[in-house]
Design a protein around this ligand. Structure first.
Ligand code: PMP
Length: 420
C-alpha cells in the first residue's frame, strides 16, 4: 500500500487538526456513503460529516440543482438580503416542515454553524426573559464558542475557553443517576428559593446526546421536562443540530415525544449537501430581535438554500424517509444487540440511524475505530471517555451498505477482542 503524502499537513496545518489523525489518509472524492482516498481505496462512511451528510456525499439530485443554479449565475453570497432562493426555501419550510406538523415558528438565519445557532438561541432566551442563567445537562455538547461551551459538559473542551464559563448550571440528563428520577432534583431546586439556582432563562437539551455518548432521553422524560419548563415560564431550547433533519427518524427529533420546544436550533444536514447553513426556529411571540441584533456575514449561503429547499421537498414531503430510517436503524440495533450477546462488556443504545456500541473498557472503542478504518469503514468514538463507537451513516445508506459496514464492525470487534 502506498503511504499517504501528508508532509504539508504535518508541517503547515495547526496541531488543532483532529479527524485526520483518526483517519490517516488523504481523501479525494466521495459519492453516497463512500469516500475514496487518493490511492483509490474506498471507505464506507458511517460518520457522514458528523451528521452533516444525511443525504450522502454529492447526492445526485441535489448536485444537479446546485450546478444549474451556479451555471445560471444565481446569487451565492447574499448577506440577509431577500433572494429568490431564500423565498423558495422559506415557503418550503412552511409547507413541508411546519404546517404538516402543526408548528408555528418564525425562522432566523444565523451564521452557518451549529454553534452560531446555539449562541443566537441563548441570546434570544436571555433577551426575552430578562434572565441570565441557562440550565444545561451533563454530557451535553452544543459547540465551541464561549456561550455554546458554557452549556457543554466535556472538561477538555471547556478548558480550551481560557476564561471562566459562567451563567450555566448543569442538571442530570435522563439516565445519569441510574435508576433515580433525574428531574426530581431539577424540580426541587427550581421550586426552592434557597437552592442557590437562579431562575433560568431557558433549558437547553439534546433529545439524544450525540457527542456525549449516544445518550437517549426517553419520550416521557422529555415530556416531563417540557411540562416543568412551561409551568415555570422557562423557555425550552431543543438543540437539534445533530439529531434533527431525520437522524432519529422524524424530521425533528422531538416529534416522537410530542413536545413543542420554544426554540429549535438546526445546522449540519439542513443545508442538504454538506454546505454550511443553520437555522433558529422560535415561537412567534419570542421573535423580539431588533434588526441586525444578531448578525453575521455568512447568513445568506444561497447555494445551501438551493440544496436545503430541494432536500426538504424531495425527502420530506411524505413519511418514506422517516419509515426507512427507523427500519434501517432497527436493523443496525438488532445486529449490535447480537454483538453484545457474543462479547461481554458491551452494551448498545440509540434511536433511528444514530446507534452506539458502548465498551466497558473505553480503550477498546478507539481500537475498534482504528481497525475499522484499516478495513475500510469510517466510524468515530463519542462519550465522556470516548467509550462509545457511534454509527452515523447517511440516511440514504442502502441495505447492502449496512450489511457491509456491520460486517467490518463485527470483524473489528473480533480482532480487538482477540481469539478470532
Ligand atoms: N450542537 C450539537 C448538538 C452538535 O452536535 C454540534 C456539533 N457536533 C454543535 C451544536 C456545534 O455545531 P458546529 O460544529 O457546526 O458549530
Amino acid at each position: 500500500m502506498t503511504m499517504a503524502e501528508t508532509t504539508v499537513f504535518e508541517a503547515l496545518e495547526s496541531n488543532v487538526r483532529g479527524y485526520c489523525r483518526s483517519w490517516p489518509t488523504v481523501f479525494d472524492t466521495a459519492r453516497g456513503a463512500w469516500l475514496t482516498d487518493e490511492n483509490g481505496k474506498d471507505y464506507l462512511d458511517f460518520f457522514a460529516g458528523a451528521g452533516s451528510l444525511n443525504y450522502g456525499h454529492n447526492n445526485p439530485v441535489l448536485k444537479q440543482a446546485l450546478i444549474d443554479y451556479l451555471v445560471g449565475d444565481g446569487i451565492t453570497h447574499g448577506l440577509d438580503m431577500s433572494t429568490v432562493a431564500k423565498r423558495r426555501l422559506l415557503e418550503t419550510i412552511r409547507d413541508v416542515l411546519l404546517i404538516p406538523r402543526g408548528l408555528d415558528y418564525k425562522v432566523q438565519f444565523p451564521g452557518p454553524t451549529g454553534a452560531n445557532a446555539v449562541e443566537a438561541a441563548l441570546k434570544l432566551a436571555r433577551k426575552v426573559t430578562g434572565r441570565t442563567t441557562i440550565l444545561n445537562f451533563t454530557n451535553a455538547f452544543h459547540g465551541m464558542t464561549l456561550g455554546a461551551l458554557s452549556v457543554t459538559g466535556n472538561a477538555a473542551k471547556r478548558a480550551g475557553a481560557g476564561v471562566p464559563l459562567v451563567h450555566a448550571t448543569p442538571m442530570p440528563y435522563d439516565g445519569y443517576l441510574e435508576g433515580m428520577d433525574e428531574l426530581s432534583w431539577m424540580r426541587r431546586v427550581l421550586d426552592d428559593s434557597s437552592s442557590g439556582v437562579d431562575k433560568p432563562a431557558a433549558v437547553i437539551v439534546e433529545t439524544v446526546q450525540g457527542e456525549g455518548g449516544v445518550n437517549v432521553a426517553r419520550a416521557e422524560w422529555l415530556r416531563a421536562l417540557a411540562e416543568m419548563c412551561s409551568a415555570r415560564g422557562i423557555l425550552l431550547i431543543v438543540d437539534d443540530v445533530q439529531m434533527g433533519c431525520g437522524r432519529t427518524g422524524p424530521f425533528f427529533s422531538f416529534e416522537t415525544a410530542g413536545i413543542t420546544p420554544d426554540i429549535v436550533t438546526l445546522s449540519k444536514s439542513i443545508g442538504g449537501y454538506g454546505l454550511p447553513m443553520a437555522l433558529v426556529l422560535m415561537k412567534p411571540d419570542l421573535d423580539q430581535w431588533s434588526p441586525g441584533e444578531h448578525n453575521g456575514t455568512f447568513r445568506g449561503n444561497n447555494a445551501a438554500f438551493i440544496t436545503a429547499e430541494l432536500a426538504l421537498r424531495h425527502y420530506w414531503s411524505d413519511d418514506r424517509m422517516e419509515l426507512a430510517t427507523l427500519a434501517k436503524g432497527e436493523r443496525i440495533r438488532r445486529h449490535l444487540t447480537l454483538l453484545t450477546e457474543d462479547f461481554h462488556g458491551l452494551t448498545t443504545r440509540g434511536r433511528g440511524l444514530v446507534q452506539g456500541l458502548v465498551f466497558d473498557d473505553a480503550s477498546q472503542a478507539a481500537k475498534v475505530c482504528r481497525t475499522a478504518f484499516e478495513l475500510g469503514l469510517l466510524v468515530e468514538t463519542s462519550g465522556s471517555t470516548d467509550e462509545v463507537v457511534k454509527l452515523l451513516p447517511p440516511l440514504t445508506v442502502t441495505d447492502a451498505e449496512i450489511s457491509h459496514g456491520l460486517s467490518i464492525l463485527t470483524r473489528s470487534v473480533e480482532i480487538v477482542r482477540g481469539g478470532h
